[in-house]
Design a protein around this ligand. Structure first.
Ligand code: ZN
Ligand code: ZN
Ligand code: ZN
Ligand code: ZN
Ligand code: ZN
Ligand code: ZN
Ligand code: ZN
Length: 1754
């Protein structure tokens, strides 16, 4: 039954194709009831076109819809063929000067920090590049989708609103012109009617809620039983849950389920089953049942197919409308009119209203389609934007409530359009004035936040997860509030004033609910049971911070508003304080004859709250009053008399006391929640509207009351009143027997209180408090941040408060206070404080945390010591207070203050036990210093005749009063100056006394004639000098002592090095070094050094001793001793590849005998150079393995190394390794028979070798026929003429110890296993080939690195590379001794045959397809296997030489064939030299042999140049190879950079420097060889242009070129769509830096299967592009990604820096980023050196969390 209902793709109905658009439109034009006519058409055709089966066919549907449904509409609208009609409309149109480009996900957007009205104003890339802002300070972000370009919007930009392109469209007649005048009357009429019908249809069907019934006028007679089971998106269920459920419910494969889930997530709904009602219902119930267990079930509907059809067409229609209005602004206006026209049901019945109000019921896809239509219509038409804004504001409450209860993200809600409307200043102002928007937003917000306590305050304790979820969503309303306030009015109308103040009232109501929320009580006895909820309240505070600041900014703009707001705020605060003094009897405090009444209250015993937004707002407004001087102009307008200073200070003071008590450890039992709250109270994100304002409120209070009263209240709140009021307070310890903890606690409280007084007097950098401006404020912040340490730009930004535009104002002042230091290859650019700013440093700066304060103190003292100054850090000179705060300074000279100072000094003088602390004293000294600075300032600035009332110096000179009769403060300071226990503070006390004297002098000089006070100063002066001299002497003694100690230490060090010489040598470079030692020996220096051949320079035998890093035992490297090994890492590599697509297809069948010159896949060996005994290593490795197995049983965690694959970390340096290489002596010397007489020339040698090969081949053939008797065998042997001296039955003895043999096999097998990715098999004939290949490949890759960096071949090679190459070459040369002789001989024969023709092989590559260096290494290293049976007297060296010459000749021919084609126009001027004539002759020969297909090149000069250039890499590699093989040191000439090395290389390699003479010397054989090489069919195909070949020299591979400007990469990536899911934007576009491919990383869509596991696109790509290793750039994150294999990866710092020398990983800051070439080179070098895997290993070892990342899914 069911299967019948799932038919094949239905064939296209013929009637559809026959339907003519023109005819239909014609019919409509005649019709009287157009609506009915059109509806009938739709009712008939829509179900026939859309949704005709289980799967949609979008292309077919679109084609038919255009033909049958949209076509008639277009004909009707134009009244003619739309192909002509629309272009006409477009031409008549005067296009808007708005850009309005709607952003795609991930598209780059730009905001100008100088000119944008607010940060939401953005430009698209095209407009940005054509605007003036590209030279301004701009910020770059990537769009999250939605939103559009604001180019052309004059309200969005303070300057340069148009880009070049859109500027053209601005004309004299600005926006007021009606666009309809450009349209013909009849078109207008028809457009109206057709838009009205179609828009109405779309809205009706999209908002249709019935599941099986259509609107009456769309119902058709016959109705099929076809339904869809429609699955809807929600944000509750995960991808995995949905996929799993679908597989169960509709019986689909995992792949299909992934497809469904992806579409549901993207579009919001997807039909998952098609069939009759029953069938769909059944699937629905399974889905619901399966997903309802923990959460609410997935939403599923069974819908009739015709409804789905109409809805799909409805969406299509909206997109169509959006594109049609693009032709003409007139059409757009008509659509706007239609949309906003009120419907028959009155209010809220326009189509636009209906859509908005149904928003939360629509699925994602439908929402985004109509949102886009709104953006391209209503928001692009300046007139209708206003009308739409009004509709939006009227519906605001409903829309927000819908959004709050909906679960989709905000970007999918129509509420999100608020940003487009509210940020337009004129609209925002209009909505405030006319729609009372401020009040609406705040009230809506309050309505949704209902959890209140008994006093009506917010209460977040015990709120549920659902409430928390709702709370998060409600926060977006605060954002709306911010948008509305972000642009401040320049002019105020009465209406605006009135509505703003109404909004302010509502805002005060909101703050009132926060005032005193989350109160806490000190926990005594036991610890709190549950940490109370605190985050919600702080989140609210944090989110509101900018709004509170902006409210104040608005008030500051208008005096009337400010005064009214001040009054309102005060009234609300008074309400909050209602019942404040009720009940309790006040208590009386008195000290020094002053007394005051206050309430009885103890922070440590009663409730206290950190949240006091109303008090703080009042403090803010008070400062504004002070700044604006309104308080002086119209004092009668202000309710100043209503202010009760004790009431104002009460709550802020409690809050600060709470902080002090927490700091003193009194609230320990209240847990972390309190600690966190205190932290955020001071934090840069909150402090502006919390801590800072509390300080201001206290300053306000002090300035309005008797400072003595204030101090007494403060003492009382700090619970210190008893200590300072007691008459004998100086003796508090002797009289009290108190617990030590309490004393400690009180000490801290005293310190905190003194600190608070310092802040109250010293913090004058808020404009309005002190006479400063905003620049001074920010400068001071920066100076203090940089006093701690030099900082990077981003660090500094983070430590400064941001305003609502995310600006700190730092850039405008930073130059004045700091120097910028550029970054190096790593690290960041840094700002350093200018030295002249140090004098502004205030040790008690109020935004320092404790840790910062002590760091800053240390740094500043150090600086002073470096400058040889005294280390006192006196208080800086401060700006004067504003008049409203001016009386505040008197607190410093108030009696109570002096009493406190005296008391503390008294304690310090007596210094008994723990009754006082140094910090306490330090603070008192600072306060005294401040008072002196103040007095000095007063004296300096005093006007004539005025008396300075600040007389601190006089007061501290007076002794204390009875009954104590204590000495004066000054006297005590003089006493303390010599106290031995106050060494640190001496400089400060000295500074105080000096300043005191200076002031005294000033006073005296101003009042009376100068008195001879000099004597005192002189004595003072001289005693100071004496003191100075004494200190200098001491310093000198200290310096000498230090030097002596240093000398001793370095002596000891030397001794230590001597004792542990080997260890040091080894770390400095093993055998440091062979060559260096030899260079000094006279024997070598006179001779020309030659690395191979019979003339090879004889190297004296060197004994080599090495030490095992594991057991520290020393051992000599010898043939017969225990093996020593180097930790090594073998990996496949494509770094040198010229053909990335190739790779190894079938590892089991792959034959690595010949390396193709494209070097498509090689095996690289690296080593950290650390040496171990083979057995020590084995023991170590076994233990690692055992440990890992135990660990894996417990928890299957990845480690940075994979033990199962033989990986381990070098025990010394933790470098990732996967095998070991044995250390060997030069292996050639072991087999060399020193017989140099009468060696054959090349021709003879080739003949001999060919005979030997021939003999071997016959023998092999014999052996391969098993059933031939041995006698017969021997008979054949006789028949076979064995060449003279050749003994194929001879098997040489392996000279190596068993241990070395074992390691030869171990390493060989490892190379084979990793290189081919096969199971280890030590007997596989390919093992020796892989070893030789790895040797050749590694040498080639190192040669490339050296050439690229212009480094000499034998220059100071890093010792680990040197060690690695030496061991690897010698190993490869010795490996044949552990392989089967016949196998190695077989390899040799075949390799040899590729150059010397031999009929027995049919499958040899032509010389174009052989990498000659690989061939050379293979031949040379296989040769001993043949040579060991040769007793004819030919030396091994002769063979090496001839092999080398032969291969070199082949390479020359290879180069001439492939690399000399580009004819160079320049002819040489000098007559042709020997080489040039020779190469020309050779080239002629080649042309003859190839039948003249080879192009004629007349210039020998050009040919010779090409040959030389082409063969250089080969010669260099060969030199390295023979150097390590033979141990012959390199001639000094090629150890230095710069010079031309060609001749020296030739000498070293026994080559004539005229390479062509090789051919001439061996002309006999040359001709035969050249003919055989050239007449190969592949060579012919190449010369005929039928195939390609590699040419020489091969260029080095580089990483791809990156653009200078990072945004062009972002743009490129935003145009990239996922290759698998049909045009979807990729979420994590990732660029392969090796080949430039863009990939869709980290997503389901592009996962593929690799070796039976699902892997992401990046991992899959590494296997095809980098043989498992990859380097990527994650474009949206601006992050480099290293991957190796499936489990290894790490992030690496990107090569892009901003102007401050910093990277921006995650693109969070958005500063423009530019390519840093050096850093990119560094990444490239890591790649070329094959160090990526090692880098990952180190990163993972350093950061274990990287190990847990699922790298394979990226
Ligand atoms: Zn634009
Ligand atoms: Zn533009
Ligand atoms: Zn600008
Ligand atoms: Zn050892
Ligand atoms: Zn190591
Ligand atoms: Zn994808
Ligand atoms: Zn790639």
């Amino acid at each position: 039954m069911a299967s019948e209902l799932e038919p094949e793709v239905p064939a296209i109905d013929q009637s559809l194709l026959e339907c003519s658009a023109e005819e239909t439109a014609g019919k409509w034009l005649q019709s009287t009831d157009l609506t009915r006519e059109v509806y009938q058409h739709l009712a008939h055709y829509v179900p026939k076109i859309y949704c005709r089966g289980p799967n949609p066919f979008p292309q077919k549907e679109d084609m038919l819809a255009q033909h049958v449904l949209l076509g008639p509409l277009e004909w009707y609208l134009c009244g003619e063929d739309p192909a002509f009609g629309f272009p006409k409309l477009e031409q008549a149109n005067k296009p808007s000067h708005l850009c309005g480009r709607v952003f795609k996900v991930g598209e780059p957007t730009y905001s100008c920090r100088d000119c944008a009205v607010d940060p939401t104003c953005v430009l698209c890339m095209e407009c940005f590049l054509g605007s003036i802002h590209r030279d301004h300070r701009y910020r770059m972000t990537t769009s999250g989708g939605g939103g559009f370009c604001d180019c052309g919007d004059t309200e969005a930009w303070k300057e340069g609103p148009y880009c070049e392109k859109h500027e053209l469209n601005t004309s004299e007649t600005e926006e007021e012109e009606d666009p309809l005048i450009h349209l013909p009357e009849d078109v207008i009429a028809r457009t109206y009617s057709i838009f009205a019908i179609m828009f109405h249809y779309a809205v009706e069907i999209l908002t249709w809620e019935k599941e099986s019934e259509l609107p009456a006028d769309l119902e058709t007679v016959e109705k099929s039983d076809t339904y869809y089971c429609m699955l809807f998106n929600d944000e509750v269920h995960t991808y995995e849950q949905v996929i799993y459920t679908l597989q169960k419910a509709v019986n689909c494969t995992q792949k299909e389920a992934i497809g469904f889930a992806t579409t549901v997530d993207r579009d919001g709904r997807r039909s998952v089953r098609y069939g009759d009602f029953q069938y769909c219902e059944q699937a629905k119930s399974v889905i619901v049942r399966n997903t309802s267990r923990q959460t609410k079930p997935l939403k599923v509907q069974v819908m009739h197919s015709s409804i789905v059809a109409h809805q799909n067409f409805g969406l299509k229609l909206l997109s169509w409308l959006g594109s049609i209005i693009g032709y003409s602004d007139g059409l757009r206006r008509i659509l706007c009119q239609v949309g906003l026209q009120e419907g028959p049901d009155g209010e809220n019945s326009s189509l636009v209203d209906r859509l908005m109000l149904n928003d939360s019921k629509l699925w994602k896809g439908a929402r985004s389609v109509y949102h886009q239509l709104f953006m391209s219509s209503l928001l692009m038409d300046l007139k209708y934007k206003k009308l739409f804004a009004v509709r939006f504001a009227k519906n605001y409450e409903r829309l927000q409530s819908d959004y709050v209860t909906d679960d989709h993200d905000r970007e999918f809600s129509v509420a999100d359009l608020s940003v487009q409307i509210f940020t337009v200043p004129s609209l925002a102002r209009m909505l405030i004035t006319e729609e009372n928007l401020l009040t609406i937003i705040i009230k809506t917000f309050m309505d949704h936040l209902r959890h209140r306590d008994a006093q009506g305050r917010f209460q977040f304790e015990r709120y549920t997860a659902l409430q928390a979820f709702k709370f998060r969503r409600v926060q977006s309303l605060i954002l709306d509030l911010k948008y509305v306030l972000i642009s401040k009015p320049t002019e105020w109308s009465d209406g605006l004033r009135q509505k703003f103040l109404e909004g302010f009232d509502a805002f005060l109501e909101l703050l009132k609910c926060m005032q005193g929320m989350d109160p806490i009580t000190r926990q005594v006895g036991q610890h709190i049971e549950m940490e109370p909820e605190w985050e919600a309240a702080f989140t609210l505070q944090m989110k509101l911070t900018h709004v509170i600041s902006m409210m104040q900014d608005w008030c500051a703009l208008d005096e009337k508003v400010l005064i009214e707001a001040y009054k309102k705020c005060l009234a609300v605060l008074t309400q909050c304080h209602g019942g404040f003094t009720d009940g309790e009897q006040p208590i009386t405090l008195s000290i020094c004859g002053h007394s005051v009444e206050t309430i009885r209250y103890c922070v440590s015993q009663e409730k206290v709250s950190i949240h006091l937004p109303v008090s703080r707002l009042l403090a803010g407004l008070h400062v504004l009053l002070s700044k604006s001087e309104v308080a002086y102009k119209f004092p009668e307008l202000l309710p100043l008399s209503e202010l009760s200073p004790p009431m104002l200070i009460e709550h802020p003071l409690r809050c600060l006391v709470l902080c002090a008590q927490v700091h003193a450890g009194m609230w320990r039992r209240n847990g972390f929640s309190l600690v966190n709250q205190i932290y955020y109270y001071h934090n840069v994100k909150c402090r502006r509207e919390m801590f800072d304002k509390d300080i201001i409120m206290l300053q306000t209070g002090v300035s309005m009351m008797d400072p003595n009263h204030f101090l007494m209240i403060m003492l009382s709140r700090f619970e210190l009143y008893q200590i300072f009021s007691a008459p004998d307070c100086g003796k508090r310890l002797s009289s009290e027997i108190t617990h030590k903890d309490v004393v400690q606690q009180n000490n801290t409280l005293i310190e905190e209180m003194l600190y608070l007084i310092i802040m109250l007097v010293g913090e004058r950098f808020t404009p309005g408090v002190g006479q400063v401006n905003a620049t001074d404020e920010i400068k001071r912040e920066i100076i203090h941040q940089l006093s701690i340490k030099p900082m990077a730009h981003s660090e500094l930004v983070k430590s400064l408060p941001e305003d609502e535009n995310k600006e700190t104002g730092m850039e405008s002042v930073i130059e004045a206070v700091a120097h910028f230091k550029k970054p190096g290859l790593t690290g960041k650019g840094m700002y350093e404080l200018k030295p002249e700013c140090a004098k502004e440093f205030n040790l008690y700066f109020y935004h320092f945390s404790r840790a910062e304060q002590s760091k800053a103190e240390e740094a500043q003292r150090k600086l002073k010591r470096q400058n040889r100054e005294d280390t006192a850090l006196p208080p800086p000179i401060l700006p004067p207070f504003c008049p409203l705060f001016a009386s505040l300074v008197n607190i410093l000279q108030s009696d109570v203050m002096l009493c406190v100072m005296r008391t503390v000094l008294q304690w310090a003088v007596e210094h008994t036990g723990c009754a006082w602390s140094e910090s306490m004293l330090q603070r008192v000294l600072h306060l005294i210093g401040m008072a002196l600075q103040e007095e000095k300032q007063h004296l300096e600035n005093v006007m004539e005749e005025h008396v300075v009332t600040f007389t601190f110096t006089q007061k501290i000179s007076k002794p204390g009063e009875a009954p104590n009769n204590s000495p004066s403060i000054l006297a005590m300071l003089e006493t303390l100056q010599n106290a031995p226990y106050l060494e640190v503070h001496k400089d400060m006390i000295r500074w105080i006394l000096k300043t005191f004297n200076a002031i005294k002098k000033m006073r005296e000089s101003s009042s009376t004639s100068p008195v001879a006070e000099t004597e005192e100063t002189i004595t003072e002066e001289s005693s100071r000098d004496k003191d100075k001299a004494e200190r200098k002497r001491k310093a000198e003694i200290a310096r000498l002592r230090r030097e002596k100690v240093m000398a001793q230490m370095s002596e000891m060090q030397r001794h230590f090095i001597d004792e542990n010489k080997e260890l040091f040598q080894q770390t400095l470079g093993l055998e440091a070094s062979n060559s260096a030692v030899l260079d000094n020996s006279p024997m070598v220096s006179d001779v020309t050094l030659t690395a191979l051949g019979p003339a090879q320079t004889q190297v004296p035998k060197q004994r080599q001793f090495v030490t095992c890093i594991l057991c520290q035992e020393e051992q000599e490297v010898k043939v017969e001793s225990k093996a020593m090994v180097l930790a090594a890492f073998v990996q496949r590599s494509t770094v040198l590849s010229k053909n990335r697509s190739k790779g190894i297809q079938d590892p089991e069948k792959h034959d690595p005998l010949f390396m193709h010159p494209d070097l498509s896949c090689g095996t690289h060996t690296g080593s950290c150079g650390h040496i171990m005994h083979a057995h020590c290593w084995q023991r170590y490795f076994d233990s690692v393995q055992a440990k890992e197995q135990r660990r894996q049983q417990r928890l299957r965690l990845h480690t940075s190394y994979d033990v199962e694959n033989g990986e381990f970390l070098c025990p010394l340096c933790e470098c990732l390794s996967n095998t070991v290489i044995p250390l060997l002596l030069p292996p050639r010397n072991i087999f060399n028979k020193l017989n140099f007489s009468d060696q054959p020339n090349l021709t003879q040698w080739i003949r001999t070798i060919s005979q030997q090969i021939n003999a071997l081949q016959i023998l092999r053939k014999e052996e391969s026929i098993p059933n031939i008797a041995s006698s017969k065998n021997s008979k054949n042997m006789d028949k076979l003429q064995l060449p003279e001296g050749f003994r194929p039955d001879f098997h040489p003895k392996n000279p190596y110890s068993d241990s070395i043999k074992e390691m030869l096999t171990t390493f060989g097998t490892a190379v084979y296993k990793v290189g081919l990715k096969v199971h280890p098999n030590e007997e596989d004939p390919r093992v020796p080939l892989m070893c030789w290949g790895s040797c050749a490949y590694t040498i080639q890759s190192i040669e490339r690195i050296l050439s690229d960096e212009d480094k000499p071949l034998f220059g100071p090679l890093p010792c680990r590379l040197d060690d690695c190459l030496r061991s690897l070459t010698r190993f490869a040369a010795a490996h044949w001794t552990v392989a089967l002789l016949s196998v190695v001989q077989g390899h040799f024969c075949k390799l040899f045959a590729s150059l010397v023709p031999d009929d027995s092989y049919g499958d040899l590559p032509c010389i174009l397809d052989i990498d000659m260096f690989h061939l050379l290494v293979g031949l040379v290293l296989a040769f001993p296997a043949l040579h060991c049976q040769d007793f004819s007297g030919i030396s091994l060296g002769t063979g090496d030489l001839h092999i080398f010459h032969l291969v070199t000749m082949a390479h020359i021919v290879q180069i001439l064939l492939t690399s000399c084609t580009e004819a160079n126009g320049m002819d040489q001027e000098t007559p042709a030299g020997e080489e040039e004539l020779a190469v020309l002759a050779l080239y002629k020969t080649l042309r003859q042999c190839t039948g003249s297909v080879l192009k004629e090149i007349p210039s020998g000069w050009h040919l010779w140049r090409s040959v030389r250039a082409g063969i250089m890499p080969f010669l260099k590699c060969s030199a390295l190879f023979f150097h390590y093989l033979s141990g012959v040191p390199a001639p000094p000439e090629i150890q230095v950079a710069g010079t031309r090395h060609f001749e020296h290389l030739c000498n070293y390699l026994s080559l004539p420097s005229n390479l062509i003479s090789l051919f001439q010397e061996n002309s006999e054989i040359t001709k035969v060889l050249i003919e055989s090489w050239c007449q190969n069919s592949e060579v012919k195909r190449y010369l005929n242009g039928e195939r390609d070949a590699i040419s020489y020299p091969r260029e080095s591979n580089k990483l791809i070129g990156l653009p200078e400007d990072y945004s062009s990469l972002i743009n490129q990536a935003s145009n990239f769509s996922c290759p698998k899911s049909g045009g979807d934007k990729s979420r994590a576009p990732t660029l392969c830096l090796v080949c430039g491919t863009l990939l869709c990383s980290q997503s389901y869509c592009c996962q593929t299967e690799l070796e039976g596991e699902d892997v992401g696109a990046c991992t899959a790509h590494t296997y095809s592009c980098g043989s498992g290793v990859g380097i990527f750039l994650r474009v949206r994150e601006c992050q480099v990604l290293f991957l190796a294999g499936k489990t290894k990866g790490c992030f690496y710092s990107p090569p892009y820096l901003d102007d401050y020398g910093e990277t921006d990983q995650g693109l969070r800051r958005g500063n423009p980023l530019h390519l840093c070439k050096e850093r990119f080179k560094k990444i490239q070098r890591l790649w070329q050196q094959h160090s990526v895997t090692e880098e990952i290993g180190h990163a993972q070892e350093a950061n274990q969390t990287l190990v847990g990342v699922d790298w394979q899914h990226l």
